[in-house]
Design a protein around this ligand. Structure first.
Ligand code: HXC
Length: 291
Protein backbone atom coordinates (compact mmCIF):
# COMPACT_ATOMS: atom_id res chain seq x y z
CA UNK A 1 0.00 0.00 0.00
CA UNK A 2 2.88 2.40 0.73
CA UNK A 3 6.31 3.05 -0.75
CA UNK A 4 8.98 1.21 1.21
CA UNK A 5 10.82 4.16 2.72
CA UNK A 6 7.77 6.32 3.32
CA UNK A 7 8.68 7.04 6.94
CA UNK A 8 12.47 7.19 6.60
CA UNK A 9 13.82 9.90 8.90
CA UNK A 10 10.76 9.81 11.16
CA UNK A 11 11.18 9.17 14.86
CA UNK A 12 7.95 8.05 16.45
CA UNK A 13 6.87 7.20 20.00
CA UNK A 14 3.93 4.83 20.38
CA UNK A 15 2.61 4.72 23.95
CA UNK A 16 1.43 1.26 24.92
CA UNK A 17 3.36 0.08 21.87
CA UNK A 18 4.42 -3.27 23.31
CA UNK A 19 1.13 -5.01 22.58
CA UNK A 20 -2.19 -4.85 20.77
CA UNK A 21 -3.04 -1.92 18.52
CA UNK A 22 0.09 -0.02 19.55
CA UNK A 23 2.39 -2.86 18.53
CA UNK A 24 0.64 -3.18 15.16
CA UNK A 25 1.08 0.53 14.41
CA UNK A 26 4.67 0.61 15.66
CA UNK A 27 5.53 -2.42 13.52
CA UNK A 28 4.13 -0.86 10.36
CA UNK A 29 6.03 2.40 11.03
CA UNK A 30 9.24 0.40 11.51
CA UNK A 31 8.69 -1.55 8.28
CA UNK A 32 8.37 1.77 6.46
CA UNK A 33 11.69 3.07 7.75
CA UNK A 34 10.93 5.01 10.97
CA UNK A 35 12.95 4.77 14.19
CA UNK A 36 10.57 3.61 16.87
CA UNK A 37 10.17 4.13 20.60
CA UNK A 38 7.55 2.15 22.50
CA UNK A 39 6.65 2.72 26.14
CA UNK A 40 4.58 0.87 28.69
CA UNK A 41 4.59 -0.49 32.22
CA UNK A 42 5.61 -4.08 31.48
CA UNK A 43 9.35 -4.07 30.78
CA UNK A 44 9.45 -7.72 29.69
CA UNK A 45 6.64 -7.17 27.18
CA UNK A 46 8.41 -4.09 25.77
CA UNK A 47 11.71 -5.91 25.43
CA UNK A 48 10.17 -8.97 23.80
CA UNK A 49 8.19 -6.87 21.34
CA UNK A 50 11.11 -4.59 20.47
CA UNK A 51 13.34 -7.62 19.78
CA UNK A 52 10.67 -9.39 17.78
CA UNK A 53 10.01 -6.30 15.67
CA UNK A 54 13.71 -5.73 14.95
CA UNK A 55 14.26 -9.41 14.11
CA UNK A 56 11.45 -9.27 11.59
CA UNK A 57 12.11 -5.87 10.06
CA UNK A 58 15.55 -4.62 11.15
CA UNK A 59 15.77 -0.96 12.07
CA UNK A 60 15.61 0.50 15.55
CA UNK A 61 12.99 -0.06 18.25
CA UNK A 62 13.66 1.05 21.81
CA UNK A 63 11.38 0.08 24.69
CA UNK A 64 11.19 2.50 27.62
CA UNK A 65 9.41 1.66 30.89
CA UNK A 66 7.09 4.54 31.63
CA UNK A 67 3.76 4.90 33.39
CA UNK A 68 2.09 7.81 31.61
CA UNK A 69 0.04 8.54 34.74
CA UNK A 70 3.23 9.97 36.24
CA UNK A 71 4.30 13.32 34.71
CA UNK A 72 7.88 13.02 36.01
CA UNK A 73 8.23 9.60 34.36
CA UNK A 74 7.15 11.13 31.07
CA UNK A 75 9.73 13.91 31.41
CA UNK A 76 12.45 11.31 32.06
CA UNK A 77 11.36 9.32 29.02
CA UNK A 78 11.26 12.38 26.79
CA UNK A 79 14.72 13.44 28.01
CA UNK A 80 16.03 9.97 27.19
CA UNK A 81 14.54 10.09 23.70
CA UNK A 82 15.62 13.66 22.97
CA UNK A 83 19.21 12.78 23.98
CA UNK A 84 19.18 10.63 20.83
CA UNK A 85 17.32 13.19 18.75
CA UNK A 86 13.89 14.81 18.62
CA UNK A 87 10.75 12.87 17.85
CA UNK A 88 8.77 13.69 14.74
CA UNK A 89 5.61 11.88 15.79
CA UNK A 90 3.62 10.63 18.77
CA UNK A 91 0.87 8.03 18.87
CA UNK A 92 -1.24 8.22 22.02
CA UNK A 93 -2.34 4.62 22.22
CA UNK A 94 -1.92 3.62 25.87
CA UNK A 95 -5.27 3.15 27.59
CA UNK A 96 -7.08 1.32 30.35
CA UNK A 97 -10.67 0.16 30.40
CA UNK A 98 -13.13 -2.40 31.73
CA UNK A 99 -16.87 -2.88 31.52
CA UNK A 100 -18.82 -2.10 34.67
CA UNK A 101 -22.15 -0.71 35.77
CA UNK A 102 -21.32 2.92 36.46
CA UNK A 103 -23.01 2.80 39.86
CA UNK A 104 -20.52 0.09 40.88
CA UNK A 105 -17.49 2.28 40.20
CA UNK A 106 -15.59 3.72 43.16
CA UNK A 107 -13.61 6.94 42.72
CA UNK A 108 -10.51 4.75 42.62
CA UNK A 109 -11.97 2.70 39.77
CA UNK A 110 -12.84 5.87 37.82
CA UNK A 111 -9.35 7.24 38.38
CA UNK A 112 -7.69 3.95 37.39
CA UNK A 113 -9.01 4.55 33.87
CA UNK A 114 -9.16 8.34 33.57
CA UNK A 115 -5.68 8.85 35.02
CA UNK A 116 -4.26 6.85 32.13
CA UNK A 117 -6.51 7.86 29.28
CA UNK A 118 -7.35 11.49 30.07
CA UNK A 119 -4.52 12.74 32.27
CA UNK A 120 -1.72 10.55 30.93
CA UNK A 121 -2.43 11.31 27.30
CA UNK A 122 -2.51 15.03 28.00
CA UNK A 123 0.75 14.89 29.99
CA UNK A 124 2.46 13.04 27.14
CA UNK A 125 1.14 15.28 24.40
CA UNK A 126 2.04 18.46 26.25
CA UNK A 127 5.53 17.26 27.25
CA UNK A 128 6.36 16.45 23.63
CA UNK A 129 4.45 19.39 22.13
CA UNK A 130 6.43 21.83 24.32
CA UNK A 131 9.71 20.42 23.02
CA UNK A 132 8.55 20.83 19.43
CA UNK A 133 7.44 24.40 20.09
CA UNK A 134 10.66 25.32 21.93
CA UNK A 135 12.79 23.94 19.09
CA UNK A 136 10.51 25.24 16.32
CA UNK A 137 10.05 21.70 15.00
CA UNK A 138 7.08 20.26 13.21
CA UNK A 139 5.32 17.32 14.80
CA UNK A 140 2.40 15.03 14.32
CA UNK A 141 0.19 13.49 17.02
CA UNK A 142 -2.32 10.71 16.54
CA UNK A 143 -4.57 9.78 19.46
CA UNK A 144 -6.49 6.53 19.54
CA UNK A 145 -9.98 7.27 20.81
CA UNK A 146 -13.28 5.37 20.25
CA UNK A 147 -16.57 5.77 18.40
CA UNK A 148 -18.19 6.39 21.80
CA UNK A 149 -17.11 10.01 21.40
CA UNK A 150 -19.68 10.27 18.59
CA UNK A 151 -22.40 8.26 20.30
CA UNK A 152 -22.16 7.16 23.94
CA UNK A 153 -20.39 4.63 26.10
CA UNK A 154 -22.79 2.98 28.54
CA UNK A 155 -20.98 0.54 30.86
CA UNK A 156 -17.65 2.13 29.84
CA UNK A 157 -18.30 5.65 31.12
CA UNK A 158 -14.82 6.59 32.45
CA UNK A 159 -13.26 5.56 29.14
CA UNK A 160 -15.93 7.27 27.03
CA UNK A 161 -15.61 10.49 29.07
CA UNK A 162 -11.84 10.44 28.84
CA UNK A 163 -11.70 9.66 25.14
CA UNK A 164 -14.19 12.51 24.50
CA UNK A 165 -11.72 14.78 26.26
CA UNK A 166 -9.01 13.59 23.90
CA UNK A 167 -11.22 14.34 20.90
CA UNK A 168 -11.53 17.89 22.21
CA UNK A 169 -7.79 18.07 22.89
CA UNK A 170 -7.14 17.01 19.30
CA UNK A 171 -9.35 19.72 17.83
CA UNK A 172 -8.24 22.42 20.28
CA UNK A 173 -4.50 21.87 19.89
CA UNK A 174 -4.81 21.49 16.11
CA UNK A 175 -6.12 25.06 16.23
CA UNK A 176 -3.71 26.35 18.91
CA UNK A 177 -0.49 24.81 17.54
CA UNK A 178 -1.31 24.64 13.83
CA UNK A 179 0.49 27.92 13.10
CA UNK A 180 3.69 26.27 14.31
CA UNK A 181 3.50 23.16 12.18
CA UNK A 182 2.12 20.79 14.78
CA UNK A 183 -0.85 18.75 13.72
CA UNK A 184 -3.09 16.44 15.69
CA UNK A 185 -5.54 13.86 14.47
CA UNK A 186 -7.46 11.07 16.15
CA UNK A 187 -8.54 7.62 15.09
CA UNK A 188 -11.81 6.19 16.40
CA UNK A 189 -11.59 2.42 15.96
CA UNK A 190 -14.55 0.11 16.30
CA UNK A 191 -13.91 -3.44 17.50
CA UNK A 192 -10.36 -4.60 16.82
CA UNK A 193 -10.07 -7.61 19.11
CA UNK A 194 -6.83 -7.59 21.06
CA UNK A 195 -6.12 -9.50 24.25
CA UNK A 196 -5.73 -6.43 26.51
CA UNK A 197 -9.05 -4.96 25.43
CA UNK A 198 -11.06 -8.13 25.02
CA UNK A 199 -10.11 -9.53 28.45
CA UNK A 200 -11.72 -6.43 29.95
CA UNK A 201 -14.50 -5.62 27.50
CA UNK A 202 -15.70 -9.11 26.60
CA UNK A 203 -14.58 -11.33 29.47
CA UNK A 204 -15.43 -14.98 28.92
CA UNK A 205 -16.51 -14.31 25.34
CA UNK A 206 -19.33 -11.97 26.35
CA UNK A 207 -19.68 -9.49 23.52
CA UNK A 208 -19.42 -11.78 20.57
CA UNK A 209 -23.08 -10.89 19.68
CA UNK A 210 -21.86 -7.35 19.06
CA UNK A 211 -20.61 -8.46 15.65
CA UNK A 212 -24.15 -8.98 14.31
CA UNK A 213 -24.77 -5.26 14.37
CA UNK A 214 -21.69 -4.33 12.35
CA UNK A 215 -22.75 -3.74 8.74
CA UNK A 216 -19.48 -5.25 7.48
CA UNK A 217 -20.11 -8.32 9.68
CA UNK A 218 -16.56 -8.53 10.89
CA UNK A 219 -14.11 -6.98 13.29
CA UNK A 220 -11.23 -4.81 12.13
CA UNK A 221 -7.88 -6.16 10.98
CA UNK A 222 -4.88 -4.72 12.78
CA UNK A 223 -3.25 -4.08 9.40
CA UNK A 224 -6.16 -1.79 8.46
CA UNK A 225 -5.65 0.31 11.56
CA UNK A 226 -1.88 0.39 11.01
CA UNK A 227 -2.37 1.56 7.42
CA UNK A 228 -4.66 4.39 8.51
CA UNK A 229 -2.21 5.42 11.22
CA UNK A 230 0.52 5.46 8.56
CA UNK A 231 -1.46 7.66 6.20
CA UNK A 232 -2.10 10.13 9.02
CA UNK A 233 1.53 10.09 10.18
CA UNK A 234 3.20 10.40 6.75
CA UNK A 235 3.95 13.64 4.96
CA UNK A 236 1.89 14.52 1.95
CA UNK A 237 -1.45 15.39 3.49
CA UNK A 238 -0.37 17.82 6.17
CA UNK A 239 -3.33 20.10 5.67
CA UNK A 240 -5.32 17.36 7.41
CA UNK A 241 -5.42 18.25 11.10
CA UNK A 242 -7.92 18.29 13.95
CA UNK A 243 -9.83 15.38 12.44
CA UNK A 244 -11.30 12.24 13.95
CA UNK A 245 -11.18 9.41 11.45
CA UNK A 246 -13.51 6.52 12.26
CA UNK A 247 -12.62 2.97 11.21
CA UNK A 248 -15.39 0.62 12.34
CA UNK A 249 -17.11 -1.06 9.38
CA UNK A 250 -19.99 1.44 9.83
CA UNK A 251 -20.75 0.03 13.28
CA UNK A 252 -21.61 3.28 15.00
CA UNK A 253 -23.64 4.56 12.04
CA UNK A 254 -25.76 1.48 12.68
CA UNK A 255 -26.23 2.77 16.27
CA UNK A 256 -24.27 -0.23 17.44
CA UNK A 257 -20.99 0.94 18.88
CA UNK A 258 -21.84 0.62 22.58
CA UNK A 259 -22.26 -2.20 25.06
CA UNK A 260 -25.84 -1.22 25.95
CA UNK A 261 -27.74 -4.07 24.29
CA UNK A 262 -25.22 -6.63 25.35
CA UNK A 263 -25.07 -5.62 29.01
CA UNK A 264 -28.40 -4.03 29.89
CA UNK A 265 -29.91 -7.25 31.30
CA UNK A 266 -26.86 -8.64 33.08
CA UNK A 267 -27.83 -9.85 36.54
CA UNK A 268 -26.05 -9.06 39.79
CA UNK A 269 -24.55 -12.56 39.86
CA UNK A 270 -23.30 -12.26 36.31
CA UNK A 271 -21.74 -8.88 37.07
CA UNK A 272 -19.90 -10.48 39.98
CA UNK A 273 -18.56 -13.17 37.65
CA UNK A 274 -17.54 -10.65 34.96
CA UNK A 275 -15.83 -8.54 37.57
CA UNK A 276 -13.79 -11.43 38.86
CA UNK A 277 -12.74 -12.42 35.33
CA UNK A 278 -11.60 -8.83 34.68
CA UNK A 279 -9.82 -8.83 38.04
CA UNK A 280 -7.84 -11.94 37.09
CA UNK A 281 -6.72 -10.28 33.84
CA UNK A 282 -5.76 -7.09 35.68
CA UNK A 283 -3.80 -9.05 38.31
CA UNK A 284 -1.98 -11.08 35.63
CA UNK A 285 -0.91 -7.87 33.89
CA UNK A 286 0.05 -6.17 37.15
CA UNK A 287 2.40 -9.03 38.03
CA UNK A 288 4.40 -8.19 34.89
CA UNK A 289 4.64 -4.43 35.52
CA UNK A 290 8.01 -2.95 36.33
CA UNK A 291 6.79 0.65 36.79
C1 HXC B 1 -15.79 -2.38 38.99
C2 HXC B 1 -13.51 -2.46 39.22
C3 HXC B 1 -13.41 -3.47 38.23
C4 HXC B 1 -14.64 -3.93 37.64
C5 HXC B 1 -11.40 -3.00 38.89
N1 HXC B 1 -12.25 -2.22 39.60
N2 HXC B 1 -12.09 -3.78 38.05
N3 HXC B 1 -14.68 -1.91 39.59
N4 HXC B 1 -15.79 -3.36 38.04
N5 HXC B 1 -14.63 -4.86 36.72
C6 HXC B 1 -11.89 -1.25 40.63
C7 HXC B 1 -11.19 -1.91 41.80
O1 HXC B 1 -12.12 -2.50 42.68
C8 HXC B 1 -10.46 -0.74 42.40
O2 HXC B 1 -11.28 0.10 43.14
C9 HXC B 1 -10.06 0.07 41.18
O3 HXC B 1 -10.94 -0.33 40.12
C10 HXC B 1 -8.66 -0.20 40.76
O4 HXC B 1 -8.54 -1.61 40.64
P1 HXC B 1 -7.19 -2.29 40.20
O5 HXC B 1 -7.40 -3.75 40.03
O6 HXC B 1 -6.08 -1.85 41.13
O7 HXC B 1 -7.04 -1.64 38.80
P2 HXC B 1 -5.76 -1.23 38.04
O8 HXC B 1 -5.07 -2.46 37.60
O9 HXC B 1 -5.00 -0.16 38.75
O10 HXC B 1 -6.44 -0.53 36.79
C11 HXC B 1 -7.36 -1.17 35.96
C12 HXC B 1 -6.94 -0.92 34.53
C13 HXC B 1 -5.65 -1.70 34.31
C14 HXC B 1 -6.81 0.55 34.31
C15 HXC B 1 -8.01 -1.43 33.58
O11 HXC B 1 -5.92 -3.07 34.26
C16 HXC B 1 -4.89 -1.27 33.12
O12 HXC B 1 -4.03 -0.44 33.24
N6 HXC B 1 -5.15 -1.85 31.96
C17 HXC B 1 -4.40 -1.57 30.75
C18 HXC B 1 -4.84 -2.42 29.61
C19 HXC B 1 -6.26 -2.20 29.27
O13 HXC B 1 -7.12 -1.93 30.07
N7 HXC B 1 -6.53 -2.34 27.98
C20 HXC B 1 -7.88 -2.18 27.49
C21 HXC B 1 -7.95 -0.90 26.75
S1 HXC B 1 -9.35 -1.02 25.78
P3 HXC B 1 -11.54 -0.04 44.75
O14 HXC B 1 -12.15 1.25 45.15
O15 HXC B 1 -12.46 -1.20 44.88
O16 HXC B 1 -10.19 -0.29 45.37
C22 HXC B 1 -9.86 0.46 25.35
C23 HXC B 1 -10.95 0.29 24.37
C24 HXC B 1 -11.55 1.48 23.84
O17 HXC B 1 -9.42 1.45 25.82
C25 HXC B 1 -12.56 1.23 22.77
C26 HXC B 1 -12.82 -0.15 22.28
C27 HXC B 1 -13.97 -0.30 21.32
Amino acid sequence: MFQQDLLKGKRILVTGGGSGLGKAMATRYLELGADIYICGRRKSVLEESANEMMELHGGSVKGISCDIKVPEAIEDMVDEIWAEGPLTGLVNNAAGNFISRTEDLSPKAFNAISNIVFNGTFYTTNAIGKRWLDSKLKGSVISIITTWVHSSGPFTVPSAMSKSGLATMTKSLAAEWGNRGIRLNAIAPGPFPTKGAWDRLAPGGKGIDLMDAIPMKRTGELSELANLATFLMADGCEYLTGEIVTIDGAQWLNHAGSFYDMLKDVTDDEWDKLRSMIKSSNEADKAKRSV
